[in-house]
Design a protein around this ligand. Structure first.
Ligand code: SDX
Length: 435
């Protein structure tokens, strides 16, 4: 970070003007360092939704919303999705460099030998109703890892940071698969360490003790790419939640559980489930013939209808992940002989209309990562209510890497925003009998 220029804030209420340093990063918008504002002017900034606020400095992921650019540690997502697998991407995001073949082999062995969870976890799952949403179970199980690994509270220990990182990316697929198996009344499948990360996840999800299961390599690669595309995304809502929760010094497992809870929302990671349910509803009510009618409802604010999988706080051109997800969608549907999948055709029709319709063009609403991911996951045999769990499994690497980056940052402080108070001024309490 460098600072060459300054910003001066002047006030019309007689408050003396204040100068702030402008900080410049390597790429992307400069920031105005306003940390001294309250001390010098007795005022806060006001930015609900953090539309213009940089909460931290980070060297992990860069997004350019106008160019539709996404870099993990400087590498374009389009190249990582083609040349790397998810474990290489995890190594890159956490350590900052792509692994050498020897480093990759050691890392793969390390992760795949931490995939089992404590046997007691099964009793935690058993406390849930069978029809519980898997995200509710995953939020609970990921947080319960803090109970199984109390040493993780030593957050300043590099050894504890690293082993928590490995445990999280190794065990989240196991926990997600347990939530799924429990919901369908099937026995849990133990991890198979000879399989790839994605292959093992598919095995734990779809295998049964009754017959041999070998993942379809095309589908295995598709799932691996879905994980890469969802791995990290700068200071999105769930990552910001992990940072704020972790800033109190709590266990990284508790902070990740908070991230899982935040990701579940339909405005965030829950959009993939909401998007597929939207497509299924349109399909059930007439399909392609009804697309125009649905889009008119979306444009009518009173209808409450939203085009799920569209729009993004940062991407105001296109989400590079959506293009890659659409390609993956085509590959998977072709592999499964589902090129004429009605929902895929419906999604393509919705996208075409949205890209030409002024309402969406003016608001810069383009497909985001969630628009096609639901169709791919459904084709892979993943049930709709598991879509956001897949997102959480992938995003765990981003969450834990951003958590670590915060913990080792010399500027690290507990996050404590302020407010604009609009409530009542002080007033006396009347005892109950006189109210
Ligand atoms: C993810 O932040 C990240 O990086 C998130 C994520 C990640 O990897 O972590 O990329 C993952 O969460 C992707 C987004 C998934 N969510 C959805 O697909 C849900 C549908 N989209 C939205 O609800 C919305 O677009 C958001 C939440 C994604 C972004 O909302 P903003 O930036 O707060 O924008 P907004 O709600 O203020 O919308 C601006 C305008 C509004 O219209 P006007 O009031 O200006 O007339 O666009 C409209 C909105 O009504 N609008 C939509 C719309 N999204 C925005 N109208 C119809 N359909 C939509 N999907």
């Amino acid at each position: 970070m460098t600072t060459e220029h300054k910003a001066t804030m002047s006030f019309s209420d007689g408050t003396p003007s204040v100068e702030f340093p402008i900080l410049t990063g390597t790429i992307g918008p400069d920031v105005i360092d306003i940390r001294k504002l309250y001390g010098q002017a007795g005022k806060f900034t006001y930015d609900t939704g953090f539309l213009s606020t940089a909460s931290c400095n980070s060297s992990i992921t860069y997004i350019d919303g106008d160019k539709g650019q996404l870099l993990y540690r400087g590498y374009p997502i389009e190249q990582l999705a083609v040349h790397c697998d998810f474990l290489e991407t995890c190594y890159l995001i956490y350590y900052g460099e792509l692994p050498t073949p020897a480093q990759y082999q050691d890392f793969q062995s390390l992760v795949m030998h931490h995939t089992m969870v404590h046997e007691q976890m099964q009793f935690a799952v058993r406390g849930f109703r069978r029809d519980s949403h898997p995200m509710a179970i995953l939020a609970s199980l990921s947080g319960s890892m803090a109970a199984f690994y109390p040493d993780s509270l030593d957050i300043n220990s590099p050894e504890q940071q690293d082993i928590s990182f490995v445990r999280l990316i190794a065990k989240m697929p196991t926990l997600a698969a347990m939530a799924y198996k429990y919901s369908i009344g099937q026995p849990y499948m133990y991890p198979q360490n000879h399989l790839s990360y994605a292959g093992n996840f598919m095995h734990m999800m779809f295998a049964t003790p009754c017959e041999k299961y070998e993942p379809n390599p095309v589908l295995e690669r598709a799932l691996d790419r879905i994980l890469i595309l969802h791995a990290d995304h700068e200071q999105n809502a769930s990552t910001s939640t992990v940072r704020l929760c972790g800033s109190s010094g709590t266990s990284p497992f508790s902070a990740i559980a908070a991230g899982v809870a935040c990701l579940w929302g339909p405005a965030h990671g829950g959009a993939n489930q909401a998007c597929l349910e939207m497509l299924e509803e349109i399909q059930a009510n007439g399909g392609l013939e009804k697309v125009g009618e649905f889009m008119e409802r979306v444009k009518d604010k009173n209808s409450g209808a939203r085009l799920m999988g569209f729009g993004h706080r940062v991407y105001k051109n296109f989400d590079p992940r959506a293009k890659l997800m659409q390609e993956t969608c085509r590959e998977v549907l072709a592999e499964l002989g589902l090129e004429n999948d009605p929902l895929f055709k419906l999604a393509m029709a919705l996208e075409k209309i949205a890209l030409e319709d002024d309402y969406f063009v003016q608001r810069k609403l383009y497909p985001n990562v969630d628009f096609y991911s639901g169709i791919v996951q459904r084709a892979l045999g993943i049930p709709v209510n598991m879509f956001t769990c897949i997102f959480a499994v992938a995003r765990t690497i981003g969450w834990v890497s951003q958590w670590k980056e915060m913990i080792v940052d010399p500027e690290y402080k507990i996050g404590r925003p302020r407010q604009l108070y609009t409530g009542l001024t002080e007033r006396p309490v009347k005892p109950l009998e006189s109210r």
